[in-house]
Design a binder for this molecule. Structure first.
Ligand SMILES: Nc1ncnc2c1ncn2[C@@H]1O[C@H](COP(=O)(O)OP(=O)(O)O)[C@@H](O)[C@H]1O
Ligand code: SF4
Ligand SMILES: [Mg+2]
Length: 364
């Protein structure tokens, strides 16, 4: 069964199907040849065939090293970045193919919170104007009513309503993130992409913002795509976690399972890099150190994109592209060296690729 076909009793709020975002960097033209440049066209495959269901009221964590395509995926779902192909089904409509006008109507329900709240808040606008702007844009409230709504929103995110006439530079990083959250909430959304919302904050403030997001999710029945390169942060806020590598999803399971029983060599390596608070366990902890950086998405490795860094790679991994399939109930992975009957890669005989027989791989 593929990840796409995985059904639980919950209905998905958003269904993403074979979504691709390729950035054309040019090259390959006559001028390139004349100037002695590389003859081939350069295309960044930032998101390369992602299929995923995001269920009502869940927090889906999206984790992976910097540059693997997390932000691009989050932005493409909201169509802040134009997808190259694929579908994003939300309330029976394909966001990826809506006209600008239709998209504007849906945008209200789909919001984003950014990593750097300062960069995303206009320094020349007061907090009242920033938080109130979406109310005006979507004609939800005006004048006194809008002001009252903004005051209410500030209080909801733990800020004093007296701040309404102040400017972003007068606030701390944590307070600015609260302002960003208030602005996202102004339109009463269903779905929020939280793109590294705590990565720029002091550790002491991170927990406060995570608690706030969790409280809001419960009270306002929100659904989150919570993006982070930090597995620790993801683990505590997410119901399920999707692991991304070079534009593809390589593992999806509930947060506890991802953390305690990961199947993919890549996920195991990410987890082994997370320090354990207990000093005794920390001293004896086994670490899988990944060699080298994430390869360039311009010329990704053939076959399994992880083969250049995978400690379990065998020759066939260079040729076969693993598909994301169900290995255990509600646990999906993309590795040809495991299968539902042999889910633990450590137990697989040297050189064996049991996933090939069960259709995990696809020659490309
Ligand atoms: N507008 C763009 N044009 C060209 N390349 C881009 C653009 N946006 C992102 N990329 C590239 O796409 C890849 C994924 O980027 P991004 O989604 O920001 O990764 P992440 O959020 O996981 O760090 C990177 O190689 C990045 O350089
Ligand atoms: S398919 Fe091969 S290279 Fe890819 S994760 Fe599995 S063992 Fe490693
Ligand atoms: Mg990013």
């Amino acid at each position: 069964m593929s990840a796409v076909e995985s059904k639980t009793d919950r209905a998905p709020l958003i269904s993403i199907r074979d979504l691709k975002v390729h950035f054309d960097l040019g090259g390959g033209g006559v001028l390139d040849k004349l100037l002695g440049g590389k003859p081939e066209k350069r295309v960044v495959k930032a998101v390369d065939g992602v299929s995923l269901d995001i269920y009502h009221r869940e927090t889906l964590g999206l984790v992976g090293e910097s540059g693997c395509g997390k932000s691009t995926l989050g932005r493409a779902i909201l169509r802040l970045t134009e997808p190259t192909s694929g579908q994003v089904i939300y309330r029976d409509r394909d966001l990826a193919h809506l006209s600008e006008r239709q998209l504007r109507e849906e945008r209200r329900h789909l919001q984003i919170i950014f990593q750097d709240p300062y960069a995303s808040l206009n320094p020349r606008m007061t907090i009242g104007q920033i938080v109130g702007e979406p109310l005006e844009t979507f004609r939800l409230a005006r004048g006194r009513e809008a002001e009252e709504r903004v005051q209410e929103l500030l209080e909801t995110v733990g800020l004093s309503k007296r701040f309404i006439k102040r400017y972003p530079h007068e606030f701390s990083g944590g307070q600015r993130q609260r302002i960003g959250i208030a602005r996202a909430l102004a339109v009463d959304p269903d779905f929020i992409v939280a793109d590294e919302p705590i990565s720029a904050l002091d550790v002491s403030i991170q927990a406060q913002i995570m608690n706030l997001l969790e409280k809001l999710r419960r009270e306002k029945h929100l659904t989150y795509l919570f993006i982070s390169h930090d597995l620790r942060a993801i683990r505590h806020v997410s119901d399920r976690v999707a692991v991304m590598y070079l534009g593809r999803l390589v593992e999806i399971a509930d947060a506890k399972t991802i953390y305690h029983e990961p199947l993919m060599p890549y996920t195991k390596a990410l987890i082994s890099a997370v320090p354990v608070p207990d000093p005794q366990i920390e001293a004896t902890r086994q670490r899988i150190v990944l060699e080298g950086d994430v390869p360039s998405p311009i010329n990704p490795p053939s076959g399994c994109p992880f083969h250049t860094r995978c400690p379990y790679a065998i020759d066939v991994c260079k040729e076969v592209v693993p598909q994301l399939v169900q290995i255990k109930p509600s646990h999906f992975a993309a590795c040809i060296r495991i299968s539902p009957s042999q889910p633990n890669i450590e137990d697989v005989a040297p050189g064996d690729a049991p996933g090939l027989e069960s259709g995990v791989g696809q020659v490309r």
